[in-house]
Design a protein around this ligand. Structure first.
Ligand code: CA
Length: 242
């Protein structure tokens, strides 16, 4: 039996829900439908969907707190459906742990493209077994096994956080521009969306921070241009200097 991916739709507008459900089924996904936060939480726990489409304004709560709750236990992609051109909602949703957003009204082709990208991102870039180990201060990044750790203790990253880190690791010590990072992590249609980057770099930094007063720097900000990974050492997987 081929594996059918499940997508949880959280949307209280019956028309949009019907359109989404039809489009997803046509694409071979199994849509799970819910109209509010409580129902969505229950379905999420029961079915552990492969992807989430979440509306912000819901009758029994808001999508932002739902995202925050989901992010406490799942790393699966979350795409937010925002009602209008509401920059605050988008940033709040990304901050809460969403991976992407779609502004209503959106086209079905755009929706399908965003879903494909989100699922591909989850699969992640393929690395050979000989991918290097990168030491960034006290943080060790193992690109082959996709593990990030400090002193043997794993630091949990979401797929996008890892992808961003992997792109920074691809050129340790070199400036990577905002556009190049957006392109590599989110795709060419994200040029100019630097707020995504700032949010994700902030998240990586806070996960890397040992304790509040830690002075250790891992990712350097190059004002208006981009970011640079402050790698202290690059080793091959057998421990030798690469
Ligand atoms: Ca709504």
């Amino acid at each position: 039996m081929s594996e059918q991916r499940t997508i949880l739709v959280v949307e209280d507008d019956p028309t949009i829900q019907r359109i989404l459900s039809l489009a997803l089924a046509t694409e071979g996904f199994q849509p799970l439908l819910s109209t509010g936060v409580a129902e969505a939480q229950q379905l999420a726990r029961e079915h552990t969907p492969d992807l989430y489409l979440i509306d912000i304004g819901l009758p029994d709560g808001d999508g932002i707190s739902l995202i925050r709750e989901l992010r406490s236990w799942t790393r699966k992609p979350i795409i937010v459906l925002t009602g209008e051109l509401n920059e605050t909602d988008k940033v709040a949703a990304l901050d809460a742990g969403a991976d992407d957003y779609l502004t209503k009204p959106f086209g079905i082709e755009e929706l399908k493209a965003r879903i494909r990208v989100a699922l591909r991102r989850l699969a992640g870039p393929r690395h050979s077994a000989s991918a290097p180990l990168i030491q960034v201060g006290s943080i060790l990044v193992d690109l082959a096994s996709r593990r990030v750790s400090r002193g043997g203790k794993e630091i949990q990253l979401t797929p996008i956080e890892f992808r961003l880190l992997a792109v920074l690791c691809s050129q340790p010590g070199r400036l990577i521009t905002h556009e190049a990072l957006l392109d590599a992590v989110w795709g060419p249609s994200y040029h100019g969306e630097t707020h995504y980057l700032h949010i994700y770099v902030r998240r990586l930094r806070s996960k890397f921070r040992d304790h509040e007063d830690s002075r250790e720097q891992h990712i350097e900000t190059i004002a208006r241009l981009g970011y640079r990974l402050l790698a202290s050492e690059v080793k091959s997987t057998d421990g030798k200097e690469a």
